[in-house]
Write a protein that binds this ligand. Structure first.
Ligand SMILES: Cc1cc2nc3c(=O)[nH]c(=O)nc-3n(C[C@H](O)[C@H](O)[C@H](O)COP(=O)(O)OP(=O)(O)OC[C@H]3O[C@@H](n4cnc5c(N)ncnc54)[C@H](O)[C@@H]3O)c2cc1C
Length: 452
């Protein structure tokens, strides 16, 4: 039996919980000493940033968890080379703010800004990026420094493109990123066109959005047959809209809604009434903040604080990528899957699902959209009871529809499917991994399923 498919009944625990030793070095020298094979620290050695991933990719229950938040200096903003160099523990929102003060911004549009630079480089990290210049935060990395499993520091230069492609989205399996240099650009303004449509209408339009060089973010309410689209295009207007309006929109979507949903579960016992209420409140909130509320923005004004406000342990999520050209079909099937699962298993997500368009981007070996443009669909819920079973059903649904998992964001992806989807690129990545970590000191059991 495939262990990834074991259903958690919540009644038995096979092994007693173990805790990792946590170290939080504040200098690269300290970090190298922790990694040194002669050190007293138990393996596996797993780096973590803001711990916002949805899987065990950032934990080490029996070994050592290495926090990078102490490496938090912005080292250089270079207006000539148009780059920024910063240490791994710097928060992406801090980086955004410092760049905005200098009239610059990160290329792309990374959301959920509370994550760390290291975590965002080491995993697929995305947002509603406009155009086809790189779908991920990691795509913009031009060089990096890596603390290796042998306790040495490796400098990856812009000339080492193959190695850089392995380091981007490497999930800490090649070493701990200590600093990275990223491309920046002058701050730009985008127009945001918000629309409310039925899921059927969205499905009909999905094909034409697949290759359009627009930024696409959407919210889906499968039980109400509704979608809210946020389509972004470059704008020539000099004004980026008000940060406060974006902050109110973000607050409505990511703080008010989850908290209200969570509270209604405690005070309204009848499921039908409760979910009716939850859907109506979600629709009213999105009608207000996701239609005409904000019309333009920039990467720094539209910065979302999503999981910071509510805490990663209170919102459960699982994300899958689907080929953008076929997304219309998947969308209808997803709506039917959600309704069917609710009827048969009694579980449904209480928050709207969220999604983005990811341009084709082969800049990382483990890029989920290396071969074609994808749409990422993130199912989110505050409800713990029944969630683990639901994500297993979701994984079966996603695999049936050709979904691509991400090792930091996808729950319960089967090992065979993941290996097949990443195919020769996983092999190539593994070759680099074996060279840099021949004794598997950085592999925890979760990642070993996919990479050993
Ligand atoms: C509610 C919610 C919504 C989210 N929405 C989005 C979204 O819209 N888009 C999106 O992209 N993500 C989203 N995320 C996920 C999350 O922000 C990403 O997984 C993020 O990239 C992880 O950054 P982190 O600093 O939290 O890293 P962690 O979760 O701590 O680590 C992630 C991975 O990176 C590795 N790592 C961390 N630091 C380093 C380092 N210095 N060197 C090498 N490896 C390292 C870890 O070992 C792990 O494998 C969401 C999370 C939550 C909780």
């Amino acid at each position: 039996m495939n262990p990834a498919r074991l259903r958690d009944t919540g009644r038995f625990r096979l092994t007693p919980p173990q805790t990792a030793q946590i170290v939080e070095p504040t200098t690269v020298e300290e970090l190298l000493k922790v990694l040194d094979p002669g050190s007293r620290y138990a393996r596996p050695l797993r780096p973590f940033g803001a711990l916002s991933a949805a899987t065990d990719c950032n934990t080490s229950s029996m070994g050592t968890s290495i926090g990078t938040s102490g490496l938090n200096r912005i080292l250089d903003v270079n207006h000539e080379a148009m780059t920024v160099t910063a240490e791994a523990g710097v928060r992406v929102d801090t980086l955004n703010r410092v760049l905005a003060e200098e009239g610059l911004e990160l290329v792309g549009s990374p959301e959920a800004a509370g994550r760390t630079l290291g975590g965002a480089v080491a995993s697929p990290c995305f947002g509603p990026s406009i155009g086809n210049d790189g779908a991920y935060f990691a795509s913009q990395v031009t060089s990096a420094k890596l603390a290796l499993a042998n306790g040495r520091l490796l400098n990856v230069t812009p000339q080492q493109q193959n190695l850089l492609a392995a380091v981007r989205m490497s999930y800490g399996l090649l070493g701990t990123i200590t600093e990275a240099t990223l491309k920046v650009r002058p701050a730009t303004v985008f127009k945001a066109d918000h629309r409310r449509v039925t899921i059927g209408d969205f499905a009909n339009a999905a094909g034409s959005l697949a290759d359009a060089a627009v930024g696409l973010k959407f919210c889906l309410m499968p039980y109400k047959d509704r979608a809210y689209l946020d389509i972004r295009r470059p704008s020539n207007e000099g004004k980026a809209g008000y940060r406060t309006l974006w902050a109110i929109k973000d607050w409505g979507e990511s703080t008010v809604l989850p908290r209200l949903s969570s509270s209604l579960h405690k005070v309204v016992p009848l499921k039908g009434v409760r979910f009716g209420l939850i859907d109506s409140i979600a629709a009213a909130t999105h009608d207000m903040v996701n239609t005409r509320f904000v019309k333009s923005g920039s990467n720094s004004t539209s910065d979302s604080g999503r999981y910071r406000a509510i805490g990663p342990d209170r919102i459960r999520f699982s994300s899958w990528c689907f080929p953008a050209t076929d997304f219309g079909v998947v969308l209808r099937a997803y709506r039917d899957f959600c309704r069917r699962t609710w009827e048969t298993n009694g579980y449904r997500a209480d928050l709207p699902a969220i999604g983005y368009r990811l341009a084709r981007d082969p800049s990382a070996l483990l890029s989920p959209s290396a071969e074609e443009a994808m749409i990422v669909l993130q199912t989110m819920s505050t409800q713990e009871k029944g969630w683990e079973n639901f994500v297993i059903d979701l994984a079966e649904f996603a695999e049936h529809w050709g979904g691509t998992p991400m090792f930091n964001l996808t729950r319960s992806a089967s090992v065979d499917h993941a290996r097949q989807v990443y195919g020769p690129r996983r092999e190539l990545f593994n070759r680099v991994r074996r060279q840099l970590d021949p004794d598997n000191r950085l592999l925890n059991p979760f990642l070993a399923q996919y990479f050993l």
